[in-house]
Design a binder for this molecule. Structure first.
Ligand code: GAR
Length: 204
């Protein structure tokens, strides 16, 4: 059986999670969300996930050492055997152990044209620098912060008088349109190369 299961990790609003959910519902993305995991109990995205009937996991990260938190995430995710881990506003840096466990299978979305403006407040960084074009990036996660091979990017023009809010809103619209496409590319790539996940069994 082809594994098309997605684990979505988020810390907040969850609009990218919703966009992925919508793409699946429309039939544009052939995938299945097997769980939504959050390190923030009150994350709006986690509440929405539960409303939709997805398994919603809360793992507290406050006061927990990174390596230990990530070990807990690995233990929680393992039984679900996700094909891909989709970071959707998950505001934590992953430990090398976590990256190694899912190497080449962790996707992140970032609101800038990487390698420009990594880290927090990417839209504010773009405005402060004065670039005329910024955008968003979906990339594979490695041990760095917002580094790793780029899968898809979308450019967004900075307009005269843009505030962080107006620019972020236009970028977000594009984020919602590229994340599911990048997931589809990864699932097709995995299908074509016959890459295995941790579970035994044939892959198409
Ligand atoms: C998105 O803009 C995403 O690109 C950004 O957080 C927001 C989450 O929004 N991620 C990063 O900045 C990661 N470095 P959402 O919760 O509505 O999807």
């Amino acid at each position: 059986m082809e594994n098309r299961k997605l684990a979505v990790l988020l810390s907040g609003r969850g609009s990218n999670f919703l966009a992925i959910h919508e793409a699946i519902r429309r039939g544009d993305l052939r995938a299945e969300i097997c769980c939504v995991l959050s390190n923030v109990a009150e994350a709006a995205g986690l509440a929405r996930a539960r409303e939709f009937g997805y398994p919603g996991l809360f793992l507290p990260s406050k006061g927990v050492e990174r390596a230990e938190f990530d070990r807990r995430m690995l233990a929680a995710l393992r039984p679900m055997d996700p094909a891909l881990i989709c970071l959707a506003g998950f505001m934590r840096v992953l430990s090398p152990e976590f990256v190694a466990a899912y190497r080449g299978r962790i996707l992140n979305i970032h609101p800038a044209l990487l390698p420009s403006f990594p880290g927090l407040h990417a839209q504010r960084q773009a405005l402060e620098y004065g670039v005329r074009i910024t955008g968003c990036t979906v990339h594979l996660v490695d041990e760095g912060v917002d580094t790793g091979p780029i899968l898809l990017q979308r450019a967004v023009e900075v307009q005269e008088g843009d505030s962080e809010e107006t620019l972020s809103a236009r970028i977000l619209k594009q984020e919602h349109d590229i994340y599911w496409r990048a997931i589809a590319i990864m699932l097709e790539r995995r299908g074509n190369t016959g890459l295995q996940t941790s579970s035994p069994g044939p892959q198409n």
